[in-house]
Design a protein around this ligand. Structure first.
Ligand code: HEM
Length: 488
């Protein structure tokens, strides 16, 4: 063990402590981490992920510190990240240093011009259109034969019915336009294919992160095959988008992020320096994918968690609906201006994200140099895991973490607490680049669906459980049919 390393179990050969974590809890190894914090009596653990020294932060203080400390903001490259990036290190999620800083800044600055990550009347009108369509679909008022794939006789297939709305919403700033309604089946197929990646392994890459050659022996079991399939699909989608943009590009009229990026590349090419910069067509493709895949799947997955948690807690659903009826009424759909007047609805979303913790161990960080952290020494290239699940389920902090109780985010007057002690999107320089977008769309669609519908399981079936979700990069609930009853 490195000297002055945080306490933790002794290192074993080859797999380090990984097998031990799996033996403790095969599907949810991070829960074993949580158990180890109690065994070693501290909230920062030191162990080994394969040969890699790994520091795990498990409570408010250590997680916030890990996310704030500049030396802990690197990432790891692995066979998982390279498979999705033509054997290179590209995109925003899995890059670091000057490359990542320049590309993240460029993407966020220019996506903003097309409404992403801020209030934008144009983008909100698009979202409202998608919500209107979804409400019609779930009322059985649409006529396209393909809608039967996801809605039939008062029942809807989740999350599949939700994919087109969120995919169209991110396509507008990225690629200039949503797709026509007859492409909904293709968008659903894309949503399902992205989920192959999201459920292939956890964010460390699982066994592949430790022994990459296992992919040759067990391509399916290790998740490698699903990563390949999902990546190939997205490469095809975005190659076509970039190809079409290159043909229709006019310098005088920037339609979207893709145009702006191509323009920047053209400028650098004319200056004769393109090859020496971080800009390239492959990087454009991976940047677009990195904004696309969470928008396609993380928002719909969170919506499904909200619906499931409320089926388990019908009294919460009733309070949300009462608030919506009082503030918005039934004659129009909710919009973002209503957010401030709907504290209970907001609190319910916060509680959903706490209780679900979509990314239980977030995305691991890398120490970019030897550093001190919480009184310990952390060697360069150590892995830093922020165990958001431990923090969101910390009994000492929450008292009753298992309970689904939106009231914990409200003050005595029923107003939303200013300070939100949860971190579903991380924090600091690596803060989720889509947080604002995700919060806007979650609010609009959650409020819109709750205003219009009651959700029940068909034929007296039990709802999917509150715990024991499908593991992966994000945790999720496998597709299921739910009864949708209009509230009129
Ligand atoms: C409920 C939905 C979502 C959740 C819970 C979520 C959560 C997270 C978390 C925990 C991280 C890692 C933070 C870290 O490394 O410390 C992250 C990173 C990221 N997220 Fe999200 N996310 C969501 C939706 C989105 C959406 C909709 C987008 C884009 C439209 C997005 C884009 C990104 C990107 C690009 C990164 C990488 C940031 C970087 O490494 O610089 N996310 N997200």
């Amino acid at each position: 063990r490195p000297s002055n390393f945080p306490p933790g179990p002794p290192k074993l050969p080859v797999f380090g402590n990984y097998l031990q974590l799996l033996a403790g809890n095969y599907w949810y190894p991070y829960r074993e981490l949580d158990r180890l914090t109690r065994r070693y009596g501290c909230k920062v653990l030191g162990l080994h992920w394969g040969p890699v020294p790994t520091v795990v932060a498990c409570d408010q203080q250590s997680i916030r510190q890990a996310l704030a400390q500049p030396q802990l903001q690197g990432r790891f490259e692995s066979i998982v990240t390279k498979t999705r990036a033509f054997d290179k290190t590209l995109g925003v999620f899995f890059t670091d240093g000057a490359f990542w800083a320049e590309q993240r800044r460029f993407a966020l600055r220019h996506l903003r011009d097309f409404g992403f990550g801020r209030r934008s009347p144009a983008l909100e009108a698009e979202a409202q259109g998608e919500l209107e369509h979804l409400v019609k679909l779930l009322r059985g008022e649409t006529s396209a034969p393909h809608d039967k794939e996801v809605y039939s006789n008062g029942r809807a297939l989740l999350p599949d019915a939700l994919y087109p709305a969120f995919i169209n919403s991110i396509l507008v700033p990225l690629a200039g336009a949503r797709l026509p309604r007859d492409r909904d089946p293709a968008l659903r197929a894309t949503g399902r294919t992205v989920m192959l990646f999201q459920t292939a392994f956890d964010t460390t890459g699982g066994f592949l992160g430790i022994l990459p050659w296992l992919r040759h022996l067990f391509p399916h079991l290790t998740g490698h095959q699903n990563n390949q399939r999902s990546s190939a699909h997205l490469h095809g989608v975005f190659r076509d988008i970039i190809g079409d943009h290159k043909i229709s590009f006019t310098e005088a009229h920037m339609r979207d992020f893709c145009d702006v990026y191509l323009k920047e590349m053209e400028k650098l090419r004319e200056e004769g320096i393109l090859d020496k910069t971080t800009f390239s067509e492959d990087q454009l493709l991976l940047s677009m994918i990195d904004f696309f895949f969470p928008a396609a799947t993380a928002i719909s997955t969170t919506m499904v968690f909200a619906i499931v948690f409320l089926m388990h807690n019908p009294h919460v659903a009733e309070r949300v609906q009462e608030e919506l009826d009082n503030v918005v009424g039934r004659s129009r759909l909710p919009h973002l201006d209503d957010r401030v007047s709907l504290p209970y609805t907001e609190a319910t979303l916060r509680e959903t994200m706490r209780r679900a913790t979509l990314t239980p161990i977030s995305i691991p960080h890398r120490a970019t140099e030897d550093t001190h952290f919480m009184g310990y020494d952390v060697p360069k290239d150590s892995m830093i895991i922020t165990c958001l699940w431990s923090m969101h389920m910390d009994k000492e902090f929450w008292g009753d973490p298992e309970a689904f109780r939106p009231e914990r985010f409200l003050d005595d007057q029923g107003q939303l607490l200013k300070k939100d002690p949860t971190l579903p999107f991380g924090a600091g320089k690596r803060l989720c680049a889509g947080e604002t977008f995700a919060r806007h769309y979650l609010f609009l669609f959650f409020a819109g669906l709750m205003q219009n519908f009651r959700f029940r399981m068909p034929n007296g079936q039990k709802p999917p459980p509150m715990d024991g979700h499908r593991p992966g990069i994000i945790e999720s609930i496998p597709p299921f049919w739910v009864e949708v009853q209009p509230r009129d």
